[in-house]
Design a binder for this molecule. Structure first.
Ligand SMILES: [Zn+2]
Length: 680
C-alpha cells in the first residue's frame, strides 16, 4: 500500500475567484493573444466548453515540437482506458453515440439535438457520470426515438459496436438501462453509501467487478495501483494493466509512441520515458517506483509529460489509478516567480504553525513549474486540474521530493471564459467586488502555487504512526490533504516573506490577502451550485473548502453570514481573525495527518465538510442560473499536425485550434463529422 493521496487542484475552484483582468505585468508581450479570440465555445447544460490555447508552442525548437508530437500521440492512444475504467459499458455507449452523431442525416431535429447534448456531456465527463457529483446523467428521449435514430445512422453507413451475432436492436436493448435508467448504476464513486451498503458495490466504476470490501479481508493485493480486481469462481483475481494484460491494445500503442519520443528527449527525460515503458511492460511496482524516481529527478527539461495510472479519485478506496496523460512545456516567465517560493521551502517549513515535531528538517526536491498544456486526456481531460503535484507515492516524495506544475494556459482560458458578473453577484459590497476584479485572479494563482509548492510537500508523520497517513485516515484522507495544502496557502499569503521573495508587491499584500480570503469564503457558498441533485458534498476539493470555511465560521469571528433582499452572503469581515483561525486549524489538520487520527478527521468532515442546507443551495443555484454561469468546464485541446519533407521526415509541427468539441472528439475516435446530407 504505497500510494498516497491525490495531489491535484480542480479547475472548479478558480471558477469564481478568478478575475478577468490580471495585473498586466504578468503578461509577457511576445505571447500576448489576440484580444478578440474565442475562449467560450458553447454551453452544454451546466458545463462550459472552452478552447485551450498554447501560445508558446510555435516558438519552441523543432526538436521539442517533435518530442511533443510523439507524446501527444501517446496521450491520445490511451484515452479509451479511462472510459473503460469509468464504466464497463462506457466505450460501447460512446461508439453508439458517435455513430449517430457522425452520420445523422434523416434523424429528426429534436431527437438529434438531445442526442448531441447527451453526447457532449458524455465526452466532457469521459462517460455517463457528472465529474462533480459522480451521478449518472441520462438521455431524455424515448427508447423508440433513440432506436430509430440509430437505425437511421446505420442506413447512412454508420457502424455500431455490436458483439458477434448481435443485432442493433439487441445491442441497444443491452445498453438501454445505462442510457435511460438513472437508478441503474447511479453513482460512479460512492464513498458514503447508505448505512450497511458497501463502498465498492455501491460504486458503478469498472475498477472492481463483483468485489466488496469484505472480499478484500486477508487478500494480498500485489498491483494496487494498476489492476482491476475481479471475483472469479469465488476468488479474487488482479487483472494487471500492462502489455499482455488488461488494456494491452491501448498500452502497446502508448508505448510505441513513447519509444518514438525518446530520441528527441533530454537525457533525464529519456531516462524517465524508458522507465515508464518498462513499467508498462511489466506492471510491477518496483518498475513503477523506478519510473517515479526517474520522472521526479528530471527537474529541468523544457518539455514534460504525465502518462499513466496516476490519481485515485475514481476509486472509493483511493488505491487504483485512473489513466491519464498530459503533455506540456514550461512557461518560463511564470516559472521564475514560483521558483523563488520553492527555493524558500525550508523557511516556510520552519514557520509552519504546527507542532515543530511535525516539521521536516530537510524539505527537499520541491520543484514547481508554470506550464502550458498542449493536450490532456483520460482523467485529466477534457475536464482538467489547474495544479498538479506528483508523484503520489509518499515514500518517493519523502526520499526524492516531488514536482509541481501550475497549468497556466488552463487558468488563463478559464478566466477569459468566465463572466465578471459572477463576482458582483456574491460579493457583499462594491469594495469587495472591486478587490476581486483587481486581485482575485492574481491571488488565486498565487494561492494555487503555494498549495502545490509548499503545501503538499510539507510536514511529516509522527514516529508512532506505523502505516501511511492515507491508510490510517482512509476515505477522509484526500479531502484532509487538500485542506492542509489550501490552509498552507491561506496562511502564508499574508506573510511578509512573500514580499521579501518578490512574488508580490509589498504595498498591495494586505489587499491581495484580503481578496483571496474573501474569494475563498465566497466560494464555499457559490460551490453549492455544483451539487444540484444531492444534499451531500462528495468531491474532495469541495469538501475541504466547505470544511475550512465552516470551521472558521464556527470558531472565529472572521466570517459573517449576511442577508440582503432574500439573498445570502458569506462575508469575510476580519482578515486578521481569518489568518489566525487558519493557523489554528492548520495545526490541528497537520496533527490529524501526522498521527493518522481517523476519528478526528471523520468528525471534522462530518461536522463541517459534507452536509449543507439544501434551501441555501437552491438559492445559490437560482442566482447562478440567472447569471447563466457554468458549474464546470470541458476543454477543446489544441491540435497538432506534423509537417514532413519529401522523405517523410518531420521538419516542423504546426498547432491549430479546432474550436469545436464534436469535431475534436470524432477526430480522436477516427470518425468524421458529416456536415451536409449525402447525395445518395
Ligand atoms: Zn492538492
Amino acid at each position: 500500500m504505497q500510494m498516497s493521496s491525490n495531489h491535484r487542484i480542480a479547475l472548479a475552484i478558480v471558477l469564481t475567484c478568478a478575475a478577468a483582468a490580471a495585473p498586466s505585468a504578468q503578461k509577457p508581450a511576445d505571447t500576448a493573444a489576440p484580444a478578440d479570440r474565442q475562449y467560450l465555445l458553447e454551453r452544454v447544460d451546466d458545463a462550459s466548453v472552452v478552447q485551450l490555447y498554447a501560445d508558446g508552442f510555435a516558438a519552441l525548437p523543432v526538436r521539442e515540437k517533435t518530442l511533443i508530437w510523439h507524446l501527444y500521440q501517446a496521450a491520445l492512444a490511451g484515452r479509451d482506458i479511462f472510459y473503460d475504467q469509468k464504466h464497463a459499458s462506457a466505450l460501447e455507449m460512446r461508439d453508439v453515440l458517435e455513430a449517430i452523431v457522425a452520420s445523422p442525416d434523416g434523424v429528426p431535429a429534436d431527437t438529434l439535438k438531445e442526442i448531441q447534448r447527451y453526447t457532449k456531456l458524455f465526452w466532457i465527463n469521459n462517460g455517463p457520470y457528472n465529474n462533480l457529483t459522480a451521478r449518472k446523467f441520462v438521455l431524455k428521449l424515448t427508447h423508440e426515438q433513440f432506436g430509430s435514430a440509430a437505425k437511421t445512422a446505420a442506413r447512412n453507413g454508420a457502424t455500431f459496436p455490436a458483439r458477434a451475432g448481435e443485432s442493433l436492436d439487441a445491442l441497444l436493448a443491452r445498453l438501454e438501462p445505462m442510457f435511460f435508467d438513472p437508478n441503474v448504476d447511479p453513482i460512479v464513486t460512492n464513498k458514503n453509501p447508505p448505512a450497511g451498503k458497501d463502498i465498492l458495490l455501491a460504486s458503478a466504476n469498472n475498477l472492481y467487478s463483483g468485489v466488496g470490501m469484505d472480499d478484500l479481508k486477508g487478500f494480498e493485493e500485489k498491483y494496487g495501483l494498476n489492476s482491476r480486481l475481479v471475483k472469479r469462481d469465488g476468488r479474487l483475481v488482479e487483472e494487471v494493466y500492462r502489455i499482455g494484460g488488461r488494456y494491452d491494445a491501448q498500452i502497446s500503442n502508448v508505448v510505441k509512441h513513447l519509444e518514438a519520443a525518446v530520441p528527441y528527449a533530454t537525457e533525464p527525460m529519456a531516462n524517465a520515458l524508458r522507465a515508464l515503458i518498462q513499467f508498462y511492460r511489466t506492471g510491477e511496482t518496483a518498475d513503477r517506483v523506478k519510473y517515479d524516481i526517474a520522472w521526479v529527478q528530471d527537474r529541468n527539461s523544457p518539455v514534460d509529460t504525465i502518462n499513466g495510472f496516476i490519481e485515485v479519485y475514481l476509486d472509493p478506496r483511493g488505491i487504483k489509478g485512473g489513466w491519464e496523460a498530459l503533455v506540456f512545456y514550461v512557461n518560463k516567465e511564470k516559472t521564475e516567480r514560483i521558483r523563488r517560493m520553492a527555493n524558500a521551502a525550508q523557511w516556510f517549513e520552519d514557520h509552519m504553525p504546527w507542532n515543530p515535531k511535525y516539521r521536516k528538517s530537510d524539505v527537499k526536491g520541491i520543484i514547481a513549474n508554470a506550464i502550458d498544456v498542449v493536450v490532456e486526456t483520460g482523467d485529466s481531460g477534457p475536464v482538467t486540474p489547474i495544479g498538479i503535484n506528483l508523484p503520489n507515492d509518499q515514500a518517493i516524495r519523502e526520499a526524492h521530493g516531488s514536482k509541481s506544475v501550475s497549468l497556466s494556459n488552463v487558468i488563463e482560458a478559464n478566466d477569459k471564459a468566465t463572466p465578471t458578473t459572477m463576482r458582483s453577484e456574491f460579493a457583499w459590497s462594491p469594495d469587495e467586488a472591486a478587490r476581486a476584479q483587481k486581485w482575485a485572479a492574481f491571488a488565486g494563482e498565487l494561492h494555487t502555487d503555494m498549495h502545490e509548492v509548499i503545501g503538499h510537500a510539507s510536514g511529516r508523520s509522527a514516529e508512532s504512526l506505523k502505516v501511511s497517513p492515507q491508510e490510517a485516515i482512509k476515505e477522509h484522507f484526500s479531502a484532509l490533504e487538500e485542506g492542509r495544502a489550501d490552509l498552507v496557502g491561506l496562511y502564508f499569503i499574508a506573510d511578509p516573506k512573500l514580499a521579501e521573495l518578490n512574488v508580490l508587491p509589498a504595498g498591495s499584500q494586505e489587499e491581495i490577502a484580503r481578496a483571496e480570503y474573501e474569494a475563498y469564503t465566497r466560494q464555499a457558498l457559490v460551490q453549492l451550485r455544483r451539487v444540484r441533485d444531492r444534499d451531500e458534498i462528495e468531491e474532495d476539493h469541495m469538501r475541504n473548502r466547505q470544511m475550512i470555511v465552516g470551521w472558521l465560521m464556527a470558531n472565529t469571528k472572521a466570517i459573517e453570514v449576511r442577508q440582503r433582499a432574500g439573498k445570502t452572503y458569506y462575508s469575510m469581515v476580519n482578515a486578521k481573525a481569518f489568518r489566525e483561525g487558519v493557523g489554528r486549524l492548520l495545526a490541528e489538520v497537520q496533527r490529524i495527518k501526522s498521527e493518522g487520527d481517523y476519528q478526528a478527521a471523520a468528525k471534522l468532515f462530518e461536522t463541517y465538510g459534507v452536509r449543507f442546507d439544501p434551501k441555501l443551495r437552491d438559492q445559490v443555484v437560482a442566482r447562478v442560473d440567472k447569471l447563466n454561469l457554468s458549474s464546470y468546464s470541458g476543454f477543446v485541446m489544441p491540435k497538432l499536425t506534423p509537417v514532413t519533407d519529401a522523405t517523410g521526415n518531420i521538419t516542423d509541427v504546426s498547432i491549430s485550434y479546432p474550436r469545436d468539441l464534436t469535431t475534436q472528439m470524432l477526430e480522436y475516435s477516427g470518425k468524421k463529422k458529416k456536415e451536409a446530407p449525402t447525395a445518395r
